[in-house]
Design a protein around this ligand. Structure first.
Ligand code: CP
Length: 334
């Protein structure tokens, strides 16, 4: 049965409530929505504890010893998948990286039967990326009480660990959120990264969030109630403290008519050294990756001292260690 038909049979509990245990602790991570500032701060603090300088021995612990983590990526990934894999191993877990294209889903097995099968092999934590909205929550409603679901990217809806690593990167560079102007530039309409970042920034009390996109890639304003939606990059970037570029998510766009070509896009929406002159002098540049150099970002800017792109990747691993440890603690103390 298609996943969408199964959703209709599921009880409606919103993801923000579904992800919490009865004691108010994080059991699953489905969305940043509904997580209090104190909880986000605690997760960012815990992530810091998992960082060590590049070239040093990575931080390890045994907090997931005896647990099994399964990575189920139904969409491509480099950063998220590799970092969840390493994060779980550095916490002492057994890790299953299932090649979903070679799995029995190709023979018609439903996603839930696949989860029940792996649950029967004592998988405790499922890390799930899927192109359909609602899949992580749908699975979370059906697993046993000791099992946790971590959303590793859900359609254009949510990418909570990306949101956390972006918050961590901004906090490291700018200390507090209250006076910051953050601008996100690109395909906002299809961006789960922008949605999770906007949610996290709102909770942390950011000064101003500006979203800049071509009109054809503009979001529904209802999805971003506290943001300014703009279509001229110069207006968006002026005075900004943080500038994040996004790629055009062609895989989510059915009809590419009306989407600017590469040269037109870079001329109007590409982040460049020249454009960054309008931002605050100490502004940082971010990109969630994968990036398309010369389209949404000038290549030399991506490699410049103001670029935090590789730091975001480093932080991603630490954030995923913190999340794995947090949900594991919740289940163990229930
Ligand atoms: N930012 C991000 O989710 O990258 P991957 O698609 O490589 O995981």
């Amino acid at each position: 049965m298609p996943v969408t038909e199964l959703f209709e049979q599921a009880p409606v509990i919103d993801d923000a409530r579904l992800q919490m245990s009865g004691a108010g602790r994080l059991r699953h991570l489905l969305t940043l929505k509904g997580l209090k500032r104190s909880m986000l701060t605690e997760l960012l603090d815990q992530s810091e504890a998992f960082l060590s300088p590049l070239g040093n021995v990575p931080v390890r612990s045994r907090s997931l010893a005896g647990k099994t983590v399964a990575n189920l990526f139904f969409e491509p990934s480099t950063r998220t998948r590799a970092s969840f894999d390493l994060a779980a191993k550095r916490l002492g877990a057994d890790v299953l990286n299932l090649d979903v294209n070679m799995s029995s889903r190709k023979k018609g097995e439903s996603i839930l039967d696949m989860i029940y099968t792996l649950q029967a092999m004592q998988v405790d934590i499922f890390v799930v990326r899927d192109a359909s909205a609602g899949v992580p929550a749908y699975i979370a409603r059906h697993v046993l009480d000791h099992v946790s679901i971590l959303n590793a990217g859900e359609s254009d809806v949510s990418h909570p660990t990306q949101g956390l690593l972006d918050l961590l990167t901004i906090r490291q560079c700018k200390q507090s959120f209250e006076k910051l102007i953050v601008v996100v530039v690109g395909d906002i309409a299809h961006s789960r990264v922008a949605r999770s970042l906007a949610s996290g920034l709102a909770t942390m009390g950011v000064g101003e969030l500006r979203l800049v996109s071509p009109k054809s890639l503009a979001p529904d304003p209802a999805d971003f109630p506290r943001a300014r939606i703009l279509h001229k990059l110069d207006d968006g970037i002026r005075g900004a403290d943080v500038v994040m570029a996004l790629r055009i998510q062609r895989e989510r766009i059915g009809n590419l008519d009306g989407i600017p070509g590469i040269d037109e896009y870079f001329a109007n929406f590409g982040i460049s050294h020249e454009r960054m002159k309008l931002a605050a002098p100490d502004a940082i540049v971010m990109h969630p990756g994968p990036m398309n150099r010369g389209i949404e970002i000038e290549s030399s800017l991506a490699d410049s001292p103001s670029s935090m792109i590789t730091r975001q990747v480093t932080n991603g691993l630490a954030v995923r260690m913190a999340i794995l440890a947090a949900v594991s603690r919740t289940v163990d103390t229930r």
